[in-house]
Design a protein around this ligand. Structure first.
Ligand code: TMP
Length: 225
């Protein structure tokens, strides 16, 4: 089968779902996989940071459970460069250990976050110590391009409400920071789209069922069933 962009996608799809914290990417990842399975298709949900060794380390760092000694005798978070390198290392490990084997076995793979998150979060120029986005992109240049990425474009206040309900906040989750991140995400998504990546922007301020329906419809079109 050949898609409108002219590429052959008879093989299973590698799909990324992206969006700010609280935008619903985890829910939509799970919903898409459920709906594909209901249609008799083999599909797996996965996520980044992954559940592998590097991903687990990153999650501990983000939640503040893993800190390092500071010169004043206290503790400090790991540096931004180190975190960017760890995200990129986790991504390649995730691809090798989980994504590629599943695709090879004929399963569609849906990942909750992928390199777009690194470009938005680690590449954010509004950060106190901004990293060079091009450097972050270089770190990720060996990571496979998804067949399609769904970007959940949600209002920052809606994301904050959902995060408050969940009661878990990591180091990125406050209004000012999420607003900056939203701007950076949108820029990154536009750039990648212009470069030819297949990216679908979705209005995520709607009921989650309507968003799932749109994601499923686009995915089914790509699968050709
Ligand atoms: P999540 O499990 O709620 O998606 O949280 C993961 C956090 O990690 C979220 O705040 C986004 C952040 N993140 C990055 O900063 N860079 C990355 O490359 C990825 C995958 C996630």
């Amino acid at each position: 089968m050949t898609t409108s962009r002219g590429d052959d996608i008879d093989t299973p799809l590698f799909i990324a779902i992206e969006g700010l914290d609280g935008s619903g990417s985890t829910t939509q990842t799970d919903q898409l996989v459920s709906r594909l399975r209901e249609d008799g298709l083999a599909a797996v949900a996965t996520r980044e940071p992954s559940d592998g060794p590097i991903g687990s380390l990153i999650r501990q760092m983000l939640s503040g459970r893993l800190v390092q000694p500071a010169p004043d005798g206290g503790t400090t978070h790991v540096g931004r460069e180190t975190l960017a390198l760890l995200f990129a290392a986790d991504r390649l490990d995730h691809l090798e250990s989980a994504v590629k084997p599943a695709l090879t076995a004929g399963r569609h793979v849906v990942t909750d976050r992928y390199y777009h998150s690194s470009y938005a979060y680690q590449g954010d120029p509004g950060d106190e110590q901004p990293l060079d986005l091009q450097w972050v992109r270089t770190l990720n240049e060996r990571a496979r391009t998804p067949d399609v990425t769904f970007f959940l474009e949600a209002d920052v206040d809606l994301c904050l409400d959902r995060l408050a309900e969940r009661g878990s906040r990591d180091i990125y989750e406050n209004r000012e920071r999420l607003t900056e991140l939203r701007d950076q995400y949108l820029q990154v998504i536009d750039t990648l789209d212009e470069e030819g990546e297949r990216i679908v922007r979705l209005d995520a301020d709607r009921p989650r069922g309507a968003i799932t329906d749109e994601i499923v419809e686009t995915t089914m079109d790509l699968i050709g069933s």
